[in-house]
Design a protein around this ligand. Structure first.
Ligand SMILES: C[S@@+](CC[C@H](N)C(=O)[O-])C[C@H]1O[C@@H](n2cnc3c(N)ncnc32)[C@H](O)[C@@H]1O
Length: 446
């Protein structure tokens, strides 16, 4: 048995053996037992606008839907402080809650806005027609040279005709916005077009399509021909116009639609004390996804990288791997029994990694304190978190977070925790271990 398999078995031994299997929605009256294990077979990954853009570690809608229905009431205020692509925000909207989403990542914010803003179908059809005409006009003007953004290794990431085609689409979107700038709804249309553009960038680039990180591999050669980028954009646009029209139809049946997407940070939300009825999130995994790097091509194309290097941006993310050398020149400890022995073990092999783990939990402690501040007394904070392996050590993030959240410094009580599984179809390991998943911590402010 190799070390990873043995660790997965160690983790599997801790998981409850009884699995409650549910296809689709979970009835909110159903109480998942403490330490229970649920396996959700999702039907709704692309329901309405949920499928508008890929996003690493995105929720299946059924899990946040269940938690929203279980732990909040109609018209309550539901916050996702690390909302990613906005699954919780859309589900809160559909369940008639006031939905607040915060994310530090500009692509995440753009996707969440587009995903949760219904657009009138006639206006959207008119806009799509205008965009198609504009793109065609630029293609036809043979002398036209669109401006192509400059970024590192640009010509390795994209073939030259792809650069040209993406630039024509991007400029056409800009031209239409400048023409309609005084029409309020055009901002929403512009977001929608930009998300569709963003959603195809990875596919038409030379990056490995099978890897979450954005990487080039010598042995991965994609077949992309001239004209494919336009074709892909047009097809994706048509598909998502249909999703948008479904969202519009449903949103008209709701009594209200209140989505707020303030600029902020999960640690300093700027929200009032005791103002939130339910908080629900999935924080980044430690050491797993470097969001700015993953979205770098999309951010360059959409002009979302600020001045300065990407590393400045990366440092602000919880779970960042961009750390300074002097920060890990000595072993850092936290005072938490479930964390410190692990930090020591990792430090003996890799001081930098040990500091990354320390910093993740330190930031998560501040994040938990911020949620404690903004939540109304007696309300819940549901945190969905997976375990991972770092330098050969299994990091039981759910146990460590429980210890931190219930410490005197933070003050939550743990109501329950349960394991939410997903089936990994492609991994050939014994059945029980094939179910990977995440722990759901249900915390309550006293
Ligand atoms: C696992 S993803 C969330 C995915 C989301 N549940 C969904 O369904 O799409 C974690 C998110 O945390 C965000 N994040 C990391 N650090 C943050 C911070 N300091 N403030 C706000 N968001 C942060 C990342 O940008 C990323 O979008």
């Amino acid at each position: 048995m190799d070390i990873l398999t043995s660790m997965l078995s160690e983790e599997a031994q801790e998981e409850p053996s009884e699995v409650i299997e549910v296809e689709g929605d979970i009835d909110p009256h159903f109480d998942i037992p403490n330490q229970g294990k649920i396996l959700i077979i999702s039907n709704d990954q692309s329901y309405l606008t949920h499928g508008i853009h890929k996003f690493p570690a995105k929720f299946f809608p059924e899990l946040p839907r269940y938690l929203i229905r279980k732990y909040s009431n109609t018209c309550d205020i539901v916050l996702d402080p690390m909302c990613g692509s906005g699954t919780v925000v859309l589900e809160a909207l559909l369940n008639k809650r006031v939905a607040i989403g915060i994310d530090i990542d500009p692509i995440a914010r753009l996707i969440t806005r587009a995903k949760t803003t219904p657009i009138d179908s006639d206006t959207l059809s008119f806009a799509v027609q205008a965009l198609t005409t504009q793109i065609q006009e630029l293609i036809n003007s043979s002398n036209y040279r669109p401006s192509i953004p400059e970024f590192h290794y640009r010509d390795n990431w994209f073939r030259s005709f792809v650069l040209q085609e993406l630039a024509i689409i991007s400029e056409s979107i800009e031209i239409l916005l400048s023409r309609h700038i005084d029409q309020g709804e055009w901002r929403n249309i512009d977001d929608f077009f930009r998300v569709i553009l963003s959603s195809i960038i990875r596919d038409v680039s030379n990056a490995d399509p099978h890897c979450t990180r954005t990487v080039l591999r010598k042995n991965v050669v994609k077949t992309i021909s001239p004209g494919d980028t336009y074709k892909k954009f047009a097809e994706t646009l048509i598909n998502h116009c249909a999703s948008m029209s479904e969202l519009l139809k449903i949103s008209k049946t709701l009594d209200f639609c209140d989505v707020r997407l303030p600029i902020g940070n999960a640690i300093e939300t700027g929200l009032d004390d005791d103002s939130i009825d339910l908080a629900l999130t999935s924080p980044p995994y430690i050491n797993a996804v470097d969001y700015p790097r993953t979205h770098q091509l999309e951010m360059y194309w959409l002009g979302l990288v600020g001045d300065g290097p990407l590393s400045n941006m990366k440092r602000k993310y919880i779970g960042t791997e961009t750390v300074y050398k002097d920060e890990y020149s000595h072993l850092r400890t936290s005072g938490f029994d479930s964390l410190d022995p692990l930090l020591k073990k990792i430090y003996s092999r890799d001081p930098r990694r040990s500091y990354i783990v320390f910093k993740f939990f330190e930031d998560m402690k501040d994040q938990l304190m911020e949620m404690y501040r903004v939540l109304r007394p007696k309300s819940y904070y549901c945190v969905v978190i997976g375990n991972n392996v770092i330098r050969g050590n299994l990091v039981k993030s759910h146990q460590i977070l429980t210890e931190i959240a219930t410490s005197d410094d933070v003050g939550f009580k743990i109501e329950k925790s349960f394991f939410s599984g997903v089936i990994r179809h492609f991994i050939k390991i014994p059945r029980r271990e094939r179910i990977a998943g995440e722990w759901v911590l249900v915390l309550r402010k006293p």
